[in-house]
Write a protein that binds this ligand. Structure first.
Ligand code: BDP
Length: 685
């Protein structure tokens, strides 16, 4: 019998399901934890103690009543090695374990960390481990609409039951808060960035206050996406001009009203002058003028404004990848100190691979926060297994060179590069009311990875994958090793079968699912895949060098220098920065076209490998989660082939080149691929 067989499960327990440890570890832990006590007694400390009890029980190590052994004590201390949310765990050979923190929330985080160590089989007898979050605001962004539809959501309806709030508080809220707290996530923007003013009306503030009450003991604050024209839509004003005193007064009064109901309200998130949303530029005011007006309204209450830099305008003919930088970089130094500018990881839009956004490192006087997309809008949505820990970490470890070598994006985001205290990382949530929360078991790993990286951007995605696997499927080495082997190259596989060598945004219109590199008829140029790949009979790729849009000039000189020449450009980003002839020689000597085809082939082959690896785990995984993942991998295998074949059929229709020998012809002709349409693909607003 294999060591760990999990029992039939639907994934609802996430990574907190912890199954009984193998016997020797179990009895060691039981011995270690014979008595549990806390010297703090507030609501969060009580939760921490209850979590410890519950976690130990799950691991099969329920403390024996009156038994002889060690004690775990939760204790508030003044400890300068940790910050207000940090914890310090010490375990001495005499059996005394202390989980210490400055605040109760640190005790809770410390307990979750202790349980994580236990569940992953780490030794616990002697410990001296201090840990503090490196990023201050660790926030999920829900793109949830008030009618329960989640924009770019692939896991069912919104978990927020606005209709029955505030009277009915679903138990899901607590479960959700607990999962977030186990990772250190401490903020939640509850509504879509494409916001409705209704969220700011009195009944909805009361509903939000009810949610806030459920999340508060778990250390989580609520935030709202604010619609710029709310003063007009629900306030009866004639304008939303940020410099109009009546507008500023309206937002001040609105903020006072919210804070009266929710004293620890976090603040506002704003999508302004982007994709049709209103904003200060409608009044010829800058993003800074808009953000600062709002920031002044929440400042007396300790709130912040997270102002998104995801902007591009339909009437701006410049390269879309340049527009955010052009709008925002000149404003460096103009934002109020309680504003964070929230920048997506790349300059276009959450593609399977993007170079890091050039704003990182270019606004030293501004609090810049990261926005990742956990929900996989462009990366296979719910059915493709594409672990995003590697994507997040690749961006965080990218070197902006802003202050010489080692000026990583992580250091911009955690504030150490430019000495910022107000720091943040946002993740667009992949959470819905489906039993498994995230649309698939493996998508839970992306939520997990986001939370862990927000706590510590230096963590390795492999460490995170191993932790997640051990907690989700049990610590048996065969399982953890195989699951990690599946996860680690999975996102690269998707890059290969969707957008190899730096291609981007060739997905189907609207829903962004499946291949459509041929689309060219949409009204705005940058809505069309042909805008991004620019393939013609001679070559392919977007020229962002000085001969082209010169987007490379937005990077620090040493980087721009490298990017100016295809030969010194990272091949994984080649066609993002260069338009090259089909016979351009890649580093391995093959022509660009055959290299592309080989990448498509490699992506499909990797998914086939993932299937075999998963199948080998059948004896170790409960039926339900095994079968669901197996079925999804079969979908992914079929669709990887679809991606490959459709892309090749289309590009061949443009370049009229033969396939390299050994590569199979697409299964259908191009017209067949063009005819595939998905009118009911989920998540499409
Ligand atoms: C794009 C999504 C769109 C979002 C937008 C945003 O397609 O649904 O509203 O980003 O981030 O990725 O505002």
């Amino acid at each position: 019998m294999p060591q760990t067989v999990a029992h039939a499960e639907d994934g609802h327990e996430l990574w907190l399901r912890a199954s009984p440890l193998p016997a020797p570890q179990r009895s060691a832990l039981r011995h270690q934890a014979t008595r549990l006590q806390t010297t703090a007694h507030g609501p969060t400390a009580r939760l921490a103690l209850a979590e410890l009890q519950r976690g130990l029980a799950r691991l099969g190590a329920t403390p024996a009543r009156g038994g002889k052994g060690g004690t775990i004590t939760l204790e508030l201390v003044q400890d300068s090695r940790i910050n207000d949310e940090g914890f310090h765990i010490t375990a001495r050979p005499d059996g005394q374990t202390v989980i210490a923190a400055r605040r109760e929330i640190g005790l809770l985080y410390g307990v979750f960390h202790y349980l994580r160590l236990a569940a992953t089989g780490a030794p616990l007898a002697t410990l001296d481990l201090a840990s503090s979050p490196r990023v201050q605001l660790r926030v999920l962004n829900h793109w949830d609409n008030l009618d329960g539809v989640v924009e770019r959501g692939y896991s069912g309806r919104s978990i927020w039951d606005w209709w029955r709030l505030p009277d009915w508080r679903d138990t899901l809220y607590t479960e959700y808060a607990r999962a977030n707290a186990s990772l250190g996530i401490n903020g939640v923007v509850v509504n879509n960035v494409n916001a409705k003013s209704t969220s700011l009306t009195a009944p909805y503030i009361a509903k939000l206050a009810a949610i806030a009450g459920e999340l508060r003991p778990w250390g989580i604050r609520v935030y709202l996406s604010a619609r710029w024209t709310a003063p007009m839509e629900i306030g009866g004003l004639k304008s939303a001009d940020p410099l109009d005193p009546a507008v500023a007064a309206w937002w001040r009064a609105k903020s006072d009203e919210i804070y009266a109901a929710i004293p620890d309200f976090g603040g506002f998130l704003v999508k302004a002058n982007s994709e049709g949303q209103p904003g200060p530029q409608d009044y010829r005011r800058s993003h800074a003028e808009g953000a600062n007006m709002l920031a002044a309204a929440v400042k007396p209450h300790g709130g912040v404004v997270m102002w998104r830099a995801f902007v591009y305008a339909h009437d701006n003919p410049d390269d879309r990848a340049k527009q955010a930088y052009n709008d925002f970089q000149p404003l460096d130094g103009q934002f109020a100190d309680n504003v964070l500018v929230q920048v997506k990881n790349g300059a276009i839009d959450f593609q399977p691979r993007e170079p890091f956004h050039p704003l990182f490192g270019a606004m030293p006087k501004t609090n810049l926060m990261m926005e990742f997309q956990i929900t996989k809008e462009y990366v296979g949505q719910s059915t493709h297994l594409t672990y995003l820990g590697t994507l997040f970490s690749e961006t965080l470890q990218a070197d902006t060179q802003a202050k010489g070598t080692g000026s990583t994006v992580a250091k911009v985001v955690d504030g150490t590069l430019d000495g910022h205290r107000l720091t943040g990382m946002a993740g667009v949530a992949n959470i819905g009311a489906d039993r498994d929360w995230s649309g698939s078991i493996f998508n839970q790993a992306d939520w997990y990875a986001f939370g862990r990286l927000a706590w510590d951007p230096e963590l390795s995605p492999e460490t995170i994958a191993r932790e997640w696997a051990a907690q989700t499927f049990g610590p048996a080495p065969k399982v953890v090793n195989t699951v990690t082997t599946i996860m680690m190259p999975s996102r690269e596989a998707a890059v290969d079968y969707m957008t190899p060598l730096g291609l981007a945004h060739v997905m189907g219109t609207g829903h962004h699912y499946g291949p459509a590199p041929w689309v060219s008829h949409l009204a705005r140029p940058e809505w069309n895949p042909v805008y991004y790949h620019k393939a013609d009979a001679q070559g392919i790729g977007f020229d962002r060098s000085a001969k082209g849009s010169n987007a490379i000039s937005q990077y620090a000189p040493p980087i721009a220098q490298k990017l100016s020449d295809p030969a010194t450009t990272d091949e994984r980003q080649l066609l993002w920065f260069h338009h090259l002839p089909w016979d351009y020689r890649l580093k391995n000597g093959e022509a660009l076209w055959s290299g592309m085809v080989h990448h498509y082939d490699a992506g499909v082959a990797q998914v086939a490998r993932m299937q075999v690896q998963w199948d080998s785990l059948q004896p170790y995984i409960d039926k339900e989660r095994f079968a669901k993942t197996q079925a999804f991998l079969a979908i992914q295998r079929r669709e990887a082939q679809w991606w490959r074949d459709a892309s090749i059929a289309y590009f061949q229709s443009v370049n009229h080149l033969d396939l390299p020998s050994g590569s199979a012809k697409p299964a259908h002709d191009l017209d067949w691929y063009k005819e595939q349409n998905l009118p009911y693909a989920p998540g499409n607003p």
